[in-house]
Design a protein around this ligand. Sequence first.
Ligand code: ZN
Length: 269
Amino acid sequence: MNVFFYIIIFIIGTLFGSFYTLAVYRIPRKIDIIYTHSFCPNCGHKLGFFELIPVLSYIFLGGKCKKCKQPIRPRYFILEILSGLTFVALAISLKLDVYNLDINTIIKFCLIVLYFAAIFLLAGIDKEERRIEKGVLYYSFAVSSAYIIYLCIMGQTSIYRYVMYLVALITLLIVDSEKQIKEAKQSYLFQILMLIVVMLINTGEFVTLFSVVIPLIAVFAIKSFYFLKNALNKSFKIHKNMMEIYKFGYLFCLSNVIIFIFTLYFTNH
Ligand SMILES: [Zn+2]
């Protein structure tokens, strides 16, 4: 029965994944994410019910729009599967068991799912546009507050630490909107700081530290490698894909999800 239970969790994960890809496409384009019907970005064809099923629709349609036959980017399909797998990995890490369901674990699972939604959206938008979306940051502020309330109800003793982070987050949000920071570079740094505070609240100091340090070491290693390679070849052509490594929000988010799930696994098993 547990296998069946995990299959359901996988399906819920793919539904969320389908929503993330939609939101990452729509939020930067200022298209409504709830009321606007799903459409083909090429011909505007409104998708029918059977074209909206995550993973399966992509397979049945042969990766093409039903109307204009324009190929659909396979990343939608891949991201839906990855989202499903993330949900299953999270359920396993929390020891979610259909025979032994306790309300506490379910609430924890739901809160982490809400947090991951913020992280996935921030990562997706940063990867596309190299910026941390303010609207999603406000949402993660709400999620962080909900998590702190949950800890309060559970009688967590070190609640002050979380409140301190929350105050830091509010301060950064106010400074960022008040100052109207014109320089994109400075604003990006500010928003990365807010992202780190959100991570601190929801995943703790240990996970956050590694989520930041590991990508930074990786970026430094890659940069040094290219620098040496260029110096040896005496050509200073910058690789086009090199820009990808400067999307720190995207990198931190990815490592945060992976490290958090592993940490949960090892603390619960
Ligand atoms: Zn189309």
